[in-house]
Design a protein around this ligand. Structure first.
Ligand SMILES: [Zn+2]
Length: 318
């Protein structure tokens, strides 16, 4: 009797041990599967991020430019996020840039919800089939803007300057010249500092208004509704809503030269990126920069204008 009780206890203890061990193994298996799925999900989201970034500008490039910016705000990389990104595969391979790139770039925000960034269709004016809007961000600067203006004058071409308020304070005469020579002036914020302008939609509008006051003081009446987001509007939904409600119209781009993708892009590279991202679009909004360090942009500009003229584009300001 005693022996049989002992055996039963032994048997129960063994069963207990087997059950606990099995549970432990099952737990380990589940934990392993969980980790595997998490890793896989993470990898997949990283891949997606990479795909989105490539057309725009590489992370390295961005950080290089960001550092430069500390010294010179105007040199900040404009983000090319929107537009050129998904259609043109050639654009993806290229060392990035911010926007454009891949697609036959959905014309600077063509979606019905993005009315704010559509290129204007002036009333009472016959719109040519092929229109090129040359745009220059981050100026005015003493060493690049005058060269750009000289070329535009020589070629008899209209363009748009998305100026930074603080740069206008430094170079008011250049802003006056841009206006006097018939170009459009857009507002590209006062500080162009991402940590300031993108701290909240309210702060963005505050910075825009600060810039607007500076610009108006220098050139007087102008179209104050025209703005461009530093880095483009891509993904900035709450900011887009806020500026639209405040009566601004933001313009992105659907073509670029990539002059913000690397710190000193060669003329060949600029032309390559331009050709890659222009595709067969009838309406081109071309992103370029007249910030202090963009010295190769005016070097490439005459060739860009020639290519556009040869293809039958008419030039307009936004
Ligand atoms: Zn910019």
């Amino acid at each position: 009797m005693k022996k049989s009780r002992l055996n039963r206890r032994k048997y129960q203890r063994r069963n207990k041990f087997i059950i606990i061990t099995s549970l432990f193994i099952v737990c380990i298996l589940f934990a392993g599967i969980g980790i595997k799925f998490t890793l896989r999900a993470k990898a997949s989201s990283e891949n997606q991020n990479t795909l989105q970034k490539v057309p725009v500008s590489t992370t390295n490039n961005q950080s290089i430019q960001h550092n430069n910016t500390a010294k010179n705000k105007a040199d900040k990389p404009p983000a090319v996020q929107n537009t050129v990104s998904s259609n043109n595969s050639a654009g993806n391979n290229a060392p990035s840039s911010k926007n454009a790139g891949n697609n036959p770039v959905p014309p600077a925000n063509t979606s019905s919800t993005d009315k704010g960034s559509e290129a204007p269709t002036p009333d009472n004016e016959e719109v040519p089939n092929k229109v090129a809007y040359l745009t220059f961000d981050d100026g005015p600067s003493v060493n690049v803007t005058p060269k750009v203006l000289d070329i535009l004058k020589q070629e008899n071409v209209q363009a748009t300057f998305f100026v930074i308020g603080s740069m206008c304070e430094e170079n008011p005469e250049l802003l006056k010249r841009e206006k006097a020579e018939g170009h459009s002036i857009g507002n590209h914020t006062y500080s162009h500092e991402y940590n300031i302008v993108y701290s909240s939609p309210e702060n963005f509008i505050k910075d825009i208004k600060k810039s607007q006051d500076v610009i108006t003081k220098i050139i007087g009446t102008h179209d104050t509704s025209l703005i461009r987001f530093p880095g483009g509007s891509f993904g900035r939904h709450s900011y887009k809503d806020a500026v639209s409600k405040a009566g601004y119209r933001y313009i992105d781009w659907n073509c670029l030269t990539g002059d913000a993708e690397v710190s000193r892009a060669s003329v060949d590279r600029l032309l390559l990126r331009f050709n890659e991202t222009m595709g067969n679009q009838d309406k081109l909004i071309i992103l370029m920069h007249d910030a202090p360090y963009k010295t190769t942009t005016p070097e490439a500009l005459p060739q860009i204008i020639k290519i556009l003229k040869d293809k039958g584009y008419t030039f307009k300001g936004l």
